[in-house]
Design a protein around this ligand. Sequence first.
Ligand SMILES: Cc1cc2nc3c(=O)[nH]c(=O)nc-3n(C[C@H](O)[C@H](O)[C@H](O)COP(=O)(O)OP(=O)(O)OC[C@H]3O[C@@H](n4cnc5c(N)ncnc54)[C@H](O)[C@@H]3O)c2cc1C
Length: 378
Amino acid sequence: MSETAEVIIIGAGVHGASLAFHLAERGVRALVLEKATVAAGATGRSSGMVRMHYDVEAEARLAWRTHAGEARFTGVGFLQMVPPHELGPLRANVAMQQRVGIATSVVDADEVRRLLPGISIEDDQAAAFEPLSGYADPTQTTTSLMAGAVARGARLVQGCAVHAVRTAQGKVVGVSTSRGDFDAPVVVDAAGAWAGRVAASVGLELPLNVWRHDVAYVQRPPDIPRHIGFIDFLNAFYSRPEGESLTLVALEDGNPLQGDPDAPVDAAAVGFIERAAERVVRRLPQFARAGIHSAHSGQDGITPDQHPIIGPAGPDGFWLDCGFSGTGFKIAPAVGASLAQLIVDGPTANPDLALYRLERFAEGKPIVGEHPYGPIWY
Ligand SMILES: Cc1cc2nc3c(=O)[nH]c(=O)nc-3n(C[C@H](O)[C@H](O)[C@H](O)COP(=O)(O)OP(=O)(O)OC[C@H]3O[C@@H](n4cnc5c(N)ncnc54)[C@H](O)[C@@H]3O)c2cc1C
């Protein structure tokens, strides 16, 4: 006889783990099926940046609700730097975030110089400053959520690849996997870069590409202390310290799309390290003395508007929790809490996630901020 659960979650990344935790907290028997191991996908490769600066209010709210929940959170602070022509949107977005309750303010170039010593910045540039932001350990966050879920009655099966979602008379009845069939009336697709393949098994064609992103770690010379984290729109890169002696650097441009979700991710692209080093030295000339430590790559599902797809879709009982487009780590605990509420209490129970429904693409209504900066990845 096949094993039954109330909800099957496909994928034990940070989103599958968060949903399992929040369902288990509500007393729902969740079964998480993971083809590899916990955090084997995007989550385990994630830069773990935790910031609240979004041009979409719903995302800023989700990030703020989450930010106390990550494991091994390091509060180094965060600067969102923009070029002079984006100062208007920056001010408007900071005002929106302040209304949400987020600790953030606009700071001028002199204050940026104080917060990030050694930075090369023109007087007409400015930034949003978030004193409470920083970074967390995505693998640790996910294993803690998963352990919390299991302690509350959820079950995790690793090394179990879902081949197809099974339906009968238009309703989900379970999944077939490399370890046989499992039954449940609700199945959630939290399969990251592979989510399109899972959805195809119920006849859904998701507007989802595979986004590939390289990350470099540089070794700081001993006289460059741990620094604040930042995103620099002008130079299209972001950076944060990693522990006491390393600095992470990654680029917003040159992230290829439409790759293979199974492509190996151990090595960064040829030439990436040189591009990353040039970018960081442009802003922080003292890094010309830094050494290269290592680099890796990672892949996430990305949608055309670079925002996730969350909610019911296709046959009764099938839910999407995917397409996090390279920015999904920091919102996972809040998304899992809201989605668990929707699954248990019905789609009208919580309006927080309504924005992320799949239908927006077919309706030609992509998510755009009120004071948009444009796409983060290009
Ligand atoms: C290099 C990189 C840097 C990033 N930096 C940041 C950042 O600084 N801040 C931020 O907020 N976000 C960041 N992100 C984005 C964030 O990490 C992702 O949005 C998030 O981790 C996605 O989590 P997930 O659970 O949806 O997917 P994943 O972590 O990819 O999990 C999906 C899981 O599903 C499993 N799976 C797939 N198919 C099947 C199947 N058929 N059967 C069973 N299991 C299956 C996979 O093995 C995988 O473990 C980054 C992403 C990358 C790649």
